[in-house]
Design a protein around this ligand. Sequence first.
Ligand code: ADP
Length: 258
Amino acid sequence: FSVHCTPLVDEMQKRMGGLVVISDVTQLRRLENMRRDFAASVSHEIKTPLTAIKGFVETLSTGDLDDSEEIRRFLEIIDKHVNRLAAIIDDLMQLSRIEQENEFQQIGLEPARIEDVLQAAIGFCGESIQNKAVDVRLSCEDDLSGTIDATLLEQAAVNLLDNAVKYSPENSTIRIEALTADNEIQIRFTDQGMGISKKHLPRLFERFYRVDKARSRKLGGTGLGLAIVKHIAQAHGGRVTVESELGQGSTFTLHLPV
Ligand code: ADP
């Protein structure tokens, strides 16, 4: 709580009493803390690849390395870190774009077929699906359509499918089901992957939250994919939920208004 006191005086400057204003600043403090944590995370996430790039560039620029194979390996590492930085910046820009569009209610809602959006997402992830040899099965209620921003919804589906592929073993099955239930459109992504332990579930949709940082980095993750999904669902007036069993697999569900 914040407390402000002001003395009340009459026209003769005689003290008549006081005015005490007590305001509940919990929400304000929470927002301030979130902003501070977010700025600290962004700096940390960007500094890590930058420090690595600087180190390798400094070593290369001494000119002491004469092994061309080693020089090539260093350049590849620099390239990997540059790509990582670019991915973080792309995801951050996308997050802030969605937030802004949502705030000004500018997202492009139009009637569209859900199956078309999901097919497009599967097509987009084609390469990683093939590399992992996972079997992606789509089942969609006949003629299911919604008032959606197809580009944003495809992005959310790509992020969920990409995670399902990333965190699943080779040759496993990923099911995507779209249906109407409980007076909403539900799009479920179920994998047979490593699953997530219960203690991580409440924070999973926070920016930069990962269960295993090193693994996420190795797989090219930015830790922003699920935060983007959450914002896209909210921009549609919906939400995203997760059910998971460690070692058994996970189901992420997008819930959208009919
Ligand atoms: P990342 O870029 O690290 O994948 P996300 O925001 O997409 O970031 O996901 C956050 C974390 O949630 C991941 O680092 C991973 O630990 C966990 N996660 C997301 N999807 C799955 C899944 N389908 N199976 C297991 N873990 C998952």
